[in-house]
Write a protein that binds this ligand. Structure first.
Ligand SMILES: C[S@@+](CC[C@H](N)C(=O)[O-])C[C@H]1O[C@@H](n2cnc3c(N)ncnc32)[C@H](O)[C@@H]1O
Length: 298
């Protein structure tokens, strides 16, 4: 009969925890405890584990970009907008920036206590190329102490229009890549409610946003479509996919934009047409300010 190894009750085997966490070589256990992914006695916290799964998944998309941009000794700058507890920033630093010895991460967050606790955690772990700024995304784009150029912009579930502000920041800072997982979005739904999508209101398409829950979902859907067109019109190649299985998060759309410099005129045109069809042209000045000018009609 196989001999069963005895462990003190409640103490998980270190290798079991490591396997469940898919720990990478050199990864900081102290960090995972501080982020409450591991409890003090080394057990897994199931709620935080879900967050870790999302962040790991996102890391798989971001790591090759960081690798490529770091070539030739370049010190990559990354801005993480709506950082919250900075799970993403810390995991990126731990898995990539720490051993590389160069590059810097800026976490932007409006909630002061979260910024303070991230600052303390980074200091405690010696993650000295991480900065946490207590300000809004829009303010960070205007702050004169911020670098004029950023390589990568991330925004994981940054609330409502904070994703739009992150895109504006990326365009302003000539980001080479933007990795966005939008959160709920209310602005377009509010416009739809107000204007009833003007020209479409008498068509069967109006059924798509007649019920409030559909208005909200349609608003989010239209918003993300407009964001992708905007990025394409501004010189980015865009891929849209899902981050993790829907059972892990309802806000699961992952937009990865890489700068190519090729400004797609058809995307700009489509964006303008959609704004007009839905009667939300008022958003052009506030949300799509850097849209290339319309080509003169001959
Ligand atoms: C849903 S949480 C996501 C946090 C983190 N990115 C994550 O995925 O764990 C969104 C965070 O964005 C912050 N936030 C919302 N609007 C913001 C803005 N305009 N500028 C900066 N932070 C913002 C909120 O305070 C909140 O902590």
């Amino acid at each position: 009969m196989a001999k069963v190894e005895k462990r003190p009750a409640g103490k998980p085997a270190a290798q079991d925890v490591a396997a469940q966490l898919e720990l990478k070589p050199g990864q900081s256990i102290e960090l995972l405890k501080a982020l409450h992914i591991l409890t003090r006695d080394g057990k897994l916290n199931q709620d935080s584990r879900r967050k870790l799964k999302q962040v790991y998944h996102l890391y798989q998309f971001i790591a090759p970009i960081l690798q490529e941009l770091s070539e030739g000794g370049h010190a990559v700058t990354l801005a993480d907008h709506g950082a919250g507890k900075s799970y993403l920033g810390f995991i990126l630093y731990d898995l990539f920036f720490k051993d590389l010895g160069r590059g810097r991460i800026y976490g932007i967050e409006t909630r002061a206590p979260l910024v303070e606790s991230s600052q303390q955690l980074a200091a405690g772990l010696g993650f000295d190329r991480m900065e946490f700024l207590n300000m809004s995304v829009a303010e960070s784009a205007r702050a004169d102490f911020m670098p004029a150029q950023f390589d990568v912009v991330t925004a994981l579930h940054a609330c409502d229009t904070a994703t739009d502000d992150a895109i504006a920041f990326g365009l302003e800072k000539k980001a080479k890549a933007m990795v966005l997982v939008p959160c709920c979005q209310a602005e377009v739904a509010a416009c739809l409610r107000q204007t009833k999508a003007l020209s479409l209101s008498r068509t069967p398409l109006a059924e798509l946003w007649r019920h409030p829950i559909h208005t909200r979902e349609m608003g989010s859907q239209i918003t993300n479509v407009l964001r992708c067109l905007y990025l394409e019109a501004c010189g980015y190649q865009v891929t849209v996919t899902e981050l993790v299985g829907w059972e892990h998060s309802m806000k699961n759309e992952l937009i990865v934009a890489r700068y190519t410099g090729h400004r797609k005129r058809s995307a700009a045109e489509r964006l303008r047409q959609l704004l007009a069809e839905f009667g939300i042209e008022s958003l052009q000045a506030s949300r799509f300010a850097m849209l290339p000018a319309e080509a003169a009609k001959t």
